[in-house]
Design a protein around this ligand. Structure first.
Ligand SMILES: Cc1cc2nc3c(=O)[nH]c(=O)nc-3n(C[C@H](O)[C@H](O)[C@H](O)COP(=O)(O)OP(=O)(O)OC[C@H]3O[C@@H](n4cnc5c(N)ncnc54)[C@H](O)[C@@H]3O)c2cc1C
Length: 375
């Protein structure tokens, strides 16, 4: 039972956003910039953002040579260039919005580790540099460094450097986004799950539950920023969830490398953070099991990650695993995010593949552009 005060002051918002990941928070900020006097509410079902944004590796990535070549098998050159541009622009927005110091943004080098079966990538560097010329003067170069210089296994035959990628601290990034939202007067409610939405004339009822309470907020604009979980609110969404599992070591002395590393078309990735190695991936060895929204770790992938860590990243060194976790990504027919009206006054901005850190801010800008054009 709601009071007169609750009904009068707590339920109506100009904009309601589902999901407080990087996309939901960036969308809220874009809205406040465009409509400074509007009331904006972000609703998050986790106690904190609980999808991919607080679980990821913090690579500000644009795509490695083998990934882009794989993308070119399913997408046109123009689409691949466009997506690369979006990621670059998204990263610029994020860095400008939060500041490099706030998110520990650094460019310590980004490398793709090439094994024997991927040596064909070396012959494609020039082609990709030419393709991406309108975005960067040079994007990729064959590194003069060898895997062995970093202490990695000699099964990696070459390293390709990506000049425009960097790394950041995902925890700091998400905290900074939340703080900035609060500073700008955006409300965030956590521990509140949206169970459905209903359209009524020119408004949307957003039906939520929290503990034993159920109620409806009302809004003129409802935006789904729920990435891998979008189907629970919008079953027609073209989204396939993909779980990503991660391990992180205890601190290690005398590591010979820094920066970010990918291999196997981006299916594996690792970096150094606070003297630890964060290593994730391996979804490709068990696609079927990992196409889930369930947060869990599996023996198969965890053992695979440990095996590769021991044999390829830290051969002849001992290490201990400090933490293990998983997060949920969203995949679809191509790597472009879905940005579209869903029905009148309802919009969606979701599906980032495994690369939303750079892309989310640009996506937020684009969905707000669509909303603005419709007003
Ligand atoms: C292990 C892992 C490593 C990754 N590494 C990288 C990387 O290095 N670089 C990179 O660019 N990308 C990486 N990604 C991908 C990147 O993290 C995502 O693309 C990005 O975080 C997506 O952000 P989002 O806000 O759209 O989604 P999310 O962060 O998933 O946010 C969606 C939010 O919606 C909430 N929600 C869902 N349903 C409801 C509901 N019904 N009611 C209320 N709230 C709801 C969820 O709780 C969640 O907090 C990685 C992902 C994973 C899992």
């Amino acid at each position: 039972m709601l009071s007169y005060w609750e009904k009068a002051y707590f339920l109506d918002y100009d904009f309601i956003i589902a999901g407080a990941g990087i996309t939901g928070l960036s969308t809220a900020l874009e809205i406040k910039e465009k409509f400074p006097h509007s009331s904006v509410l972000v609703i998050e079902r986790g106690i904190m953002p609980t999808g991919a944004s607080t679980k990821n590796a913090g690579f500000a990535c644009m795509g490695s040579v083998s990934e882009l070549l794989a993308d070119l098998k399913n997408s046109s050159e123009d689409k691949v260039i466009e997506l690369f541009k979006w990621r670059k622009e998204g990263l610029e927005i994020l860095r400008k919005r939060l500041g490099d110091a706030q998110i520990n943004y650094q460019q310590n080098g980004s490398y793709e580790l090439i094994s024997e079966k991927e040596m064909y990538c070396l012959d494609k560097i020039e082609y990709l540099n030419l393709l991406l010329k309108s975005v960067n003067n040079t994007t990729f170069k064959l590194s003069s460094k060898k895997a062995i210089d970093f202490g990695f296994s000699s099964s990696f035959k070459a390293l390709i450097e990506n000049i425009c990628e960097g790394e950041l601290n995902s925890g700091k990034m998400m905290k900074s986004l939340i703080n900035l939202c609060l500073q700008k007067g955006i409300e965030i409610k956590t521990g509140v799950e949206i169970i459905s939405f209903t359209q009524l004339n020119n408004k949307v009822d957003v039906n939520v539950k929290s503990h034993s309470n159920e109620l409806s907020f009302n809004t003129f604009n409802f935006i789904l920023c729920t990435n891998a979980f979008t189907k629970s609110l919008f079953p027609q969404a073209d989204v396939i969830p993909g779980r990503g599992q991660v391990i992180i070591t205890k601190p290690l002395e005398h590591l010979k490398f820094k920066g970010i590393y990918h291999f196997d078309e981006g299916y594996y990735y690792f970096r150094v953070i606070n003297d630890r190695i964060l290593f994730g991936g391996g979804r490709n060895i068990d696609f079927e099991t990992e196409a889930t929204t369930e947060f869990a770790i599996t023996e198969k992938i965890q053992k695979n990650l440990e095996h590769i860590m021991q044999n390829k990243i830290l051969p002849s060194r001992t290490f201990e695993i400090e933490e293990r976790w998983s997060g949920i990504m969203a995949f679809g027919e191509d790597k472009f995010p879905v940005i579209r009206p869903i029905s009148s006054n309802v919009y969606g901005a979701f599906r980032f593949g495994g690369m939303g850190v750079a892309l989310a801010s640009k996506t937020a800008k684009e969905v707000v552009k669509i909303i603005t054009e419709e007003k």
